[in-house]
Ligand binder design. Structure first.
Ligand code: NAD
Length: 455
């Protein structure tokens, strides 16, 4: 009972981290923050919530707080004022951050986001979250996150380039292939990474592709990176099906969100033999019990920019889509789509969380009680950071791996991670989300203890 109560509290705290990860904190504060944790005051900020999350795991594991105290403080917090000359000659100053949480397991790794609501507590929480995410899939990185408080929609491409280059120059001493390797996040992309790589390389005096991941292929980006997150969600779902004694060729799949993650999750699950019966984007849902040809739907989406108008299937709402009878449901659109209000209407056997935080903690609890196998986002969408790790390895070795090599390696990492998480959850009699955090915290503490404390 005590363990269950602890894991319940854990899940509530995780929700705040998920919301933060997706920039949804404000919404979360309104809807769910008060119920996140009995002991959590209303005004709890995301970093305090991240620390509470760690403390919840600490209690489940019965750890001495001296083992976790260092993890409750980011190793380094960097704040820079980034001056940028605007196209009209005016100079504006933007606040930029880079938080390096822990590097016991390897160089810091984490995205850089450009968003007007970026603030230090959010970035600190996300950096800690990256430490756990890298540890779950057992890649040799620590966690970091960066961001600039800016609304890129108000800037020209040239202004964004100057902002990126100046921000990079100001972080020059703190990032690097063996120190801290940034990647894209909200409102940053492969072009942003190319500018960071070029700026860093200009200051070094030679080309350093391994300083960032998520680059264009021409600059050392990895094959398979675009598909990696969706592929990872599909691999995890397949492993869950195997464990439940289900055959992929007999299974039906519903995917919410037909963007990067959702399209590739659907395409890979179709390749694995499943029938894709439901798909959706922000315009509508489509349902065909006979199954869709995912490539044809992708072509339609590419051509028209939306799912609406696809030649086959019945048009349904997103709410109806989530409640379709199916074996595998992949929520791959946004956070908080499965809530207390609709969790008991979900008729899937397996949920593979492609998006960040698609289920609220209360929904997770209901689903767990209903016997639905929920693969948490920290594991189900870790395919992206795993292939980022492969990109870094290829760059360091000046190699370019084929897509099949990348996919095989991704498969190996995720299959192992899935089974490691299941084993941990069984050992502690908790759900998979709590199991994933327990596994991550244990791995990081083990590394930290082996290294010891200098001097
Ligand atoms: P994307 O913008 O490419 O796709 C999002 C899709 O969701 C779009 O098709 C959009 O139309 C659809 N959508 C938006 N609102 C919707 C709604 N209310 N109902 C149904 N569909 C809706 O984004 P993405 O990169 O695929 O990311 C999706 C999720 O996965 C996000 O939560 C993101 O944080 C998470 N994620 C992505 C990656 C990655 O590598 N891309 C990695 C980890 C996590």
């Amino acid at each position: 009972m005590a363990r269950r109560a602890k894991s319940k509290k854990c899940l509530k705290i995780f929700a705040l981290i998920y919301a933060t990860q997706h920039g949804a904190l404000k919404v979360y504060k309104g809807i769910n923050l008060a119920s996140l944790c009995e002991s959590m005051p209303e005004n709890t900020n995301p970093y305090e919530a991240a620390v509470e999350q760690l403390e919840a795991v600490e209690k489940i594991l019965g750890l001495d707080p001296s083992l976790t105290i260092r993890l409750k403080h980011p190793r380094r917090v960097i704040i820079v004022s980034v001056p940028v000359r605007m196209d009209n000659g005016e100079i504006k100053v933007f606040t930029g951050y880079r938080i390096q949480h822990c590097h016991a397991r390897g160089p810091f790794k984490g995205g850089i986001r450009y968003h007007p609501k970026v603030d230090i507590d959010e970035v600190k929480a996300l950096a800690m979250w990256m430490t756990w995410k890298c540890a779950v899939v057992d890649i040799p990185y620590g966690g970091a996150k960066g961001g600039v408080a800016v609304d890129t929609k108000q800037l020209s491409k040239n202004e964004i380039e100057r902002l990126t280059r100046r921000y990079t120059a100001m972080l020059f001493d703190d990032i690097g292939p063996f120190k801290d390797v940034p990647a894209p996040d909200m409102y940053t992309d492969a072009q942003t990474m190319a500018w960071i790589m070029d700026t860093y390389s200009q200051l070094k005096g030679y080309i350093v592709p391994e300083v960032v991941t998520g680059k264009p292929i021409e600059l050392g980006g990895s094959e398979g990176r675009r598909e990696a997150t969706g592929r990872g969600a599909a691999i995890c779902a397949r492993e869950a099906a195997k464990r439940m004694g289900l055959k992929m060729k007999d299974l039906t799949v519903v995917v919410q969100g037909f963007g990067n993650v959702g399209q590739w999750a659907a395409a890979v699950l179709e390749e694995m033999g499943c029938k894709i019966v439901g798909l959706s984007d922000s315009t509508c849902g489509i349902y065909d019990p006979k199954g869709f040809n995912v490539r044809a739907v992708m072509e339609h989406k590419e051509k028209t920019g939306k799912l609406r108008g696809f030649s086959h299937g019945e048009e349904i709402t997103n709410e109806e889509l989530l409640q379709l009878e199916c074996d595998i449901l992949v929520p791959a659109a946004m956070e908080n789509v499965i809530t207390e209000a609709n969790a008991n209407k979900i008729r899937a056997k397996i949920i593979s969380e492609g998006a960040n935080g698609p289920s609220t903690p209360k929904a997770r609890e209901i689903l767990h009680q209903q016997g639905v196998h929920v693969i948490p986002d920290i594991l189900a969408n870790a395919g992206g950071v795993t292939v980022s790790y492969f990109e870094w390895l290829q760059n360091l070795h000046r190699e370019h791996w084929s897509e099949s090599v990348v996919n095989q390696k991704l498969e190996n990492y995720l299959v192992k991670a899935y089974h490691d998480v299941v084993k941990t959850a069984e050992e502690y009699k908790v759900d998979l989300a709590t199991g994933a955090y327990i596994l991550a915290v244990k791995r990081v503490i083990d590394a930290q203890e082996r290294l010891g404390l200098f001097p």
